[in-house]
Design a protein. Sequence first.
Length: 255
Amino acid sequence: MKTSTTSKNIYFILGIIFLLGVWVLSSILINNSGILPNIDEVSCILVNILKDQNTYLLLGNTFLKIFIALSVSFIIALLLAMLSLLNEKVEYFIRPLIVFFKSIPIVAVVMVLIIMFFKQNVRFIGTIVASCFVIIPIVFESILVGFKTVDETIVQAARLDYVSGFKLIRKIHLPIALPHVISGLISSFGMGLKVMVMSEVIMNPNDSIGQLIGLHSSMGDISIVLAYSILLLIIVIVIDYLLKCINKRINLIEK
């Protein structure tokens, strides 16, 4: 039985209330703000963070980098998916690389990138590369699956009109696979942002949310760390919702 949109929203809100309830109960039981601050304390800090203009500069820098990582990853993943579609041997050749990207511990990648981009003014490049490691496999798989869902009769009809190769992919496969592409970007956005912030915490690039979280974490300011984490979570939920709305609109237009 299909769940209505209203029911989904209700259960989503109930899930949030449950998590907040667990937080409140846990903070009362632990009774130590140094380990788990109460919700009122974190809320006050979150309000102060939102009032600070510097917050938006830091958010802008971090989200600009994740946008660059998504763009670069999309181009690479699209190129690899197109080559894989044109030649099955290429897909088998690329597969170990994709498995490598999916399997390697991202902390190990970040540690290598720290050595490669050791200068403070270029560390931001390392954070972008780290995010690409997790985004590329997700987007590649989504695009390739989308390409393979195209009806073979449509492809054969296009070939009768002398449409083939990259032109065939551009005119036939890409438009049909667009929902899969957007789905892949949606799936990779949250994961990419998590890796971005984690790499910022470790690599400590200038003017980033991760740098600030790492600084306050080292000082034991758990309340501030939680406040920034909640802010990022809210932003991710909003962007994820907007991307899903766009994806639904595209699906409706295609139908």
